[in-house]
Design a protein around this ligand. Structure first.
Ligand SMILES: [Zn+2]
Length: 256
């Protein structure tokens, strides 16, 4: 996007993403959508392969990721939006303090950009990035998060829109994480990303842009309870994929 990484970032930029983006996009992105659904790891998208196909249809570049440890929502999202580990950003368990360290949002604001965070009220993402010059949109549920994010994309007034949904995570803690209800919740997140992607292609066509499907961690079936959980150093919890829509051709069209 043409500005530096957050100051506390410990990671270099992803060479895989930079290569796929190419010179048409590197340093030139003017609009970014980060869709952050809770608890959709590799085990979720592989168990229900139709889901993965649908995500790929909108964001074909796959980046294998490993969740931060412990794989709890605020630990992972703090890492994703700072580039720093728990030892730097300070969130080491399920807690939601406002982060004191530098974030992607701070870096964007310093560069004169405008960000919006659309999230379910009191969720980790809604809480830990507060106190910046960012538009915070706290919504009652996933449906209104989607509606609000679609509205923001249509208005075309933000350089970065982050949208967070949580229905699947809510469900997995009280049910079979791979059952019928779970599949319905997962399908809802994938459908939301498809609608957001469609809106991005329509309303952000005039800008070089990227979209990312970026969950925080996975989840496993706890044999004792018969319900889902996450927080262990096991593949089901730790292995995640991020799906990027990088379209240099669209960037070139936008530039002409
Ligand atoms: Zn989570």
């Amino acid at each position: 996007m043409g500005f530096g990484a957050p100051r506390d970032s410990e990671c270099p930029p992803s060479e895989e993403v930079l290569t796929a983006a190419g010179p048409a996009l590197c340093g030139r992105v003017r609009r970014a959508l980060v869709f952050a659904p809770d608890a959709i790891g590799c085990v979720q998208t592989r168990r229900f392969s139709g889901l993965r196909e649908s995500i790929l249809a909108n964001a074909p570049h796959v980046l294998p990721m490993r969740a931060a440890f412990p794989p709890k929502t605020p630990v992972c999202f703090a890492g994703m939006f700072t580039g720093a580990g728990p030892g730097v950003h300070g969130i080491r368990r399920y807690e939601k303090p406002v982060l004191a360290c530098d974030t992607l949002f701070d870096a964007l604001v310093r560069a004169g950009g405008r960000a919006a965070i659309v999230a379910v009220e009191d969720s980790s993402i809604d809480m830990i990035f507060r106190g910046r010059d960012v538009d915070y949109l706290s919504e009652p549920d996933d449906g209104s998060v989607l509606g609000c994010a679609l509205d923001l994309i249509g208005r075309d007034g933000h350089d970065l829109v982050v949208a967070y949904q949580q229905a699947y995570d809510d469900l997995l803690h009280r049910a079979d994480p791979f059952g019928t209800e779970a599949l319905t919740a997962l399908e809802g997140h994938v459908r939301a990303f498809a609608l957001l992607s469609e809106s991005v292609r329509k309303h952000w066509a005039g800008h070089p842009r990227v979209s990312v499907f970026a969950p925080d961690h996975g989840a496993h079936l706890d044999a004792g309870s018969g319900m889902g959980d996450h927080g262990l150093d096991i593949p089901d919890d730790m292995e995640v994929e991020h799906f990027w829509d990088l379209d240099p051709a669209a960037a070139l069209r936008a530039a002409t």
